[in-house]
Write a protein of this length. Structure first.
Length: 289
């Protein structure tokens, strides 16, 4: 798990590290068992059987979306809400209870900088002090960055901005005066909606003076545009759509990595093979419930 986690971190791939911290018998998992859950719902490692994996998949995807750790308690019986825990009833369990700590691992922001002037150098220096991954603009290789900042003072700006906007880079900025910046943006061969996404003059209006302060204002603007905290996200965004196992009623992530069966023109998702087999043996009983 350690080597796999290091590999994913190196590739800037988001994942959840799941570790069993409590196991009340009878359970197949034991304290210390680990798994990695990727954003597509695939699971590597072992923290329990197929029914536990269904719950793990749902809660891990929520932890990734909210970017916050969670202590997941999976019990075979209904329990009162417990502060500091996410409690889930899993009727498929063999009778034991598991607690699994879910830690989302999100790569630190990567900022691609175009240019080598004083502002560009200051931006790299200040960004590195924040722990950001600051890289030089390398064309297509920079389009997977979280931000692209053109600070070349007139050199190849249009090409950089256009490529970053078309690639959907979350934050695209141009270091220029307001007048020149507007002229550069207007010259882009793009639809108005995309042009409007360019931040120019780059950075928050902090009254910055000198390259270091301008760099600070740009990084502050990048911070202000990134996803909000878990509490704010939950208040603004609806919960992701979940499927319901037609046999046991458990919530299941409707992904290709989950167990499913197509029947009657619809796709049915299941927590484990037992429920899938029960449905397959008598689909009319469950599809009508």
């Amino acid at each position: 798990m350690l080597s796999r986690a290091a590999e994913l971190r190196g590739g800037r791939v988001p994942f959840v590290h799941a570790r069993v911290v409590l196991a009340e018998s009878p359970t197949s998992a034991k304290p210390g068992d680990e798994a990695i859950v990727l954003a597509d719902g695939s699971i590597e490692g072992f923290v329990g059987g197929s029914c536990v994996e269904a719950t793990l998949r749902v809660q891990s995807l929520l932890a990734l979306e909210r970017r916050t750790p969670a202590l997941l308690r999976v019990s075979p019986i209904e329990e009162a809400p417990q502060e500091g825990r996410v409690t889930v009833v899993n009727p498929c369990l063999s009778g034991g209870t598991l607690e699994i700590f879910l830690e989302p691992v999100i790569a630190t922001p990567q900022v691609a900088v175009h240019g080598d002037g004083p502002t560009a150098r200051a931006l790299k220096r200040v960004g590195e002090s924040l722990g950001y991954q600051m890289v030089d603009w390398e064309g297509q290789g920079s389009l997977a960055s979280d931000a692209v900042v053109s600070a070349s003072h007139g050199r190849d700006e249009e090409e950089v901005l256009q490529a970053a906007l078309l690639a959907g880079v979350p934050y695209v900025a141009l270091v220029a005066s307001r007048r020149r910046g507007q002229a550069v943006v207007e010259s882009l061969q793009l639809e108005p909606g995309l042009k409007a996404l360019v931040h120019t003059p780059a950075g928050l209006d902090l009254g910055a003076q000198g390259p270091a302060e301008v760099a600070l204002s740009i990084l502050a603007e990048i911070i202000s545009t990134r996803p909000r905290s878990a509490t704010e996200q939950l208040s603004k965004a609806p919960a992701p759509a979940l499927a319901v196992d037609p046999v046991c009623g458990m919530q299941v992530a409707p992904l290709e990595t989950s167990l499913y069966l197509d029947h009657g023109g619809a796709r049915h998702f299941f927590c484990g093979p037992g429920c899938l087999r029960a449905f397959e043996a008598n689909p009319t009983t469950y599809s009508s419930s």
